[in-house]
Design a protein around this ligand. Structure first.
Ligand code: FES
Length: 114
């Protein structure tokens, strides 16, 4: 469980992306609740934080696939698979997220640095 953002930093109806343990996590604030999901569309791997959040529905910015941020359920084509969701707790004025079920992306190596 890692603190990812202060409650006051994310207004109602907003979403943002944060790196947690090498994984991009989308944090959404809807109707007083906070949700955390994998910030990668299941259709073509587009980051979702620049999409549109309308109520509990998240729309992918690339092709318009839609998801429910409460469950990750896919609600509209062309995406067909759900998003991975992560457990959220609120503690000390911060949103804490536990990343499970997603492997961090390998860090690209650009040269012999070590
Ligand atoms: S990448 Fe999200 S719907 Fe295609």
């Amino acid at each position: 469980m890692k603190p990812v953002i202060a409650l006051a930093e994310l207004s109602e109806g907003e979403m943002t992306a944060r790196q947690v343990d090498g994984v991009s996590v989308l944090v959404c604030h809807v109707e007083g609740q906070f949700y955390a999901l994998h910030n990668e569309c299941t259709h073509a791997h587009q980051a979702l934080h620049t999409g549109k959040l309308t109520g509990h529905q998240l729309k992918c910015p690339l092709h318009g696939g839609r998801f429910d941020v409460r469950s990750g359920a896919c609600q509209g084509a062309p995406a067909t698979e759900p998003l991975t969701t992560f457990p959220v707790t609120l503690e000390g004025g911060k949103v804490h997220v536990t990343v499970t079920g997603i492997e961090p992306r390998a860090t690209p190596k650009f040269g012999p640095f070590n």
